[in-house]
Design a protein around this ligand. Structure first.
Ligand code: F6P
Ligand code: MG
Length: 478
């Protein structure tokens, strides 16, 4: 169930895969080693320390194999069901080396292999080596978080008390306003993805903050190369007008921290606006691509909001060293954040906001395989009015990370998840990898010719940095 079009490979010097394998992954492993080192040496428990040392040595071994372009070794049997699938595929690929292997498989393998190291211990099984990074970038998103919290409170109270949007007088105005608001909410949710941690090896906190404010969002609209939000809105409103009670929207999550925060903003808005009756969130089950959401990240976010003053008065080590003191939140800011906390806790407790993990999301293959290899998940997704796939990796998996011509229609590039799948899909993706489909003739060339776009280097550099985005819809009909 894979396409015939070849996939991007770490051996192709014009692909972002090449740089990823050689430059980014070793840095990510090193950061992981530092994190485990910190936790291991902070403990009084002999066994934890002993296992911590072993984890560090295994991570160092993995880094060595990667940097010296060794053969990728089969995963050890760590008791999880997906080992066999990973190892079968490795064999089918002909026991490849790190520097010349399909990008998608090898990058998934990397995180699965890291997870297997922790799985083999007693004391570190549920440890997330990326948790520290995730929470500290969330803390540094404070300005955008406060701005959005204020906006969210306004919108949701508007819907709850007056069942309307402020200022809309006629039915037509109301519908137009609803559509604009939907688009804004989705675009917030889209750009929240521009700041994932696996790319942070080269972004400063200031850069992140600039990326997140509303000014930045307006300026970025011209960077959404394809924008199908109107189609997605039409699907949700027609379900709403049909009088159907069980209307569900799914979000296949990407990153924790600020991105999860904006995903919850979108989810809460969809529920308050009546565009969905339930929102199902799909997190990962093992630490994944550095910043992806685990169920415990959801819990950490909610508990940060439970006492926001305490959360924001804790300083990062860097800030402490720089002699900074925390600025307390104002009363209004605390009240806006408490409103968020209250609303999210309530919709979660009432079962309108559901978390539904599945091991399929961390397998090594693309979503072309979903209908065959994860049939119950497939049936489940068909029940949804709209399945929103967040972020770059989900997009790569939808399109099988294959080197499609950029004018290939989106619904064709997603294969079995496209026409006749019965699944309505909306991809919200800031581009951080080579694969891009659904463009108009000449568009790729036009953007390539912009500054840093890649020009005639043979590389699609414009699609690597998160500066450009695509929002694409497939209706899943025959
Ligand atoms: O392109 C860099 C990269 O790390 C890819 O390897 C991966 O697909 C993606 O970014 C992760 O980004 P996201 O969190 O948006 O899926
Ligand atoms: Mg991610």
């Amino acid at each position: 169930y894979d396409p015939e079009t070849p996939q991007y490979s770490t051996g192709d010097p014009t692909s972002f895969a090449y740089i990823s394998a050689r430059e980014r992954w070793p840095v990510i492993i090193t950061q992981g080693i530092d994190d485990v080192h910190r936790s291991a040496w902070a403990t009084q428990d002999e066994e934890v320390l002993k296992e911590g040392k072993w984890i560090v040595s295994e991570l160092a071994r993995l880094k060595y194999e990667l940097q010296h372009d060794r053969e990728i070794t089969p995963l050890p049997d760590d008791g999880r069901e997906d080992v066999e699938g990973y190892n079968k595929e490795l064999k089918a690929l002909g026991n490849p080396r790190w520097h010349s292997v399909p990008w998608l498989y090898s990058e998934c393998y990397l995180y699965r292999r890291i997870s297997s190291i922790f799985q083999q211990t007693q004391k570190w099984k549920s440890y997330d080596l990326f948790a520290r990074q995730k929470m500290s970038t969330f803390r540094s998103s404070r300005p955008a978080v406060l701005e959005l919290a204020a906006r969210y409170k306004d919108i949701v109270t508007g819907f709850e008390s007056e069942h309307t949007i402020k200022g809309a007088k006629t039915q037509e105005e109301l519908e137009e306003a609803e559509k604009i608001l939907f688009i804004e909410m989705c675009e917030i949710c889209l750009w929240g993805n521009a700041t994932d941690l696996s790319l942070l090896t080269n972004l400063s906190y200031e850069d992140i903050q600039k990326l997140q404010g509303s000014e930045a969002r307006k300026a970025s609209e011209k960077n959404i190369v394809v924008n199908d939000l109107g189609k997605a809105f039409a699907v949700l409103t027609s379900a709403q007008h049909s009088g159907k009670k069980e209307r569900r929207v799914d979000i296949v999550l990407d990153n924790a921290g600020f991105e999860l925060f904006v995903d919850l903003i979108l989810a809460g808005y969809l529920l308050a606006a009546g565009l969905a009756a339930t929102v199902v969130l799909h997190p990962k089950t093992i630490p994944w691509f550095v910043s992806d959401v685990l169920p415990q990240d959801f819990a950490s976010l909610i508990s940060a909001l439970a006492d926001p003053q305490a959360f924001y008065s804790a300083l990062s080590d860097d800030d402490k060293q720089a002699g900074k003191t925390p600025t307390p939140l104002s009363n209004a800011e605390v009240s806006n954040l408490s409103f968020l906390f209250g609303h999210w806790s309530r919709i979660h407790a009432e079962g309108q906001l559901v978390l539904r993990p599945n091991m399929f999301w961390t397998e090594g293959g693309s979503y072309w395989r979903l209908p065959k290899t994860a049939p119950s998940l497939y049936e489940d997704l068909k029940e949804s009015e709209l399945v929103i796939f967040k972020g770059d990796l989900n997009y790569r998996k939808l399109t099988a990370d294959a080197a499609w011509p950029t004018t290939t229609p989106f619904s064709e590039a997603i294969g079995p998840m496209g026409p006749a799948s019965g699944v309505r899909i909306l991809a919200l993706r800031t581009c951080k990898a080579d694969v891009v489909v659904g463009l108009l003739e000449g568009e790729d060339e036009r953007i390539k010719a912009t500054e840093g776009g890649g020009e005639d280097s043979g590389a699609r550099k414009w699609a690597w940095s998160g500066k450009w985005a695509v929002v694409q819809f497939s209706d899943g009909k025959a």
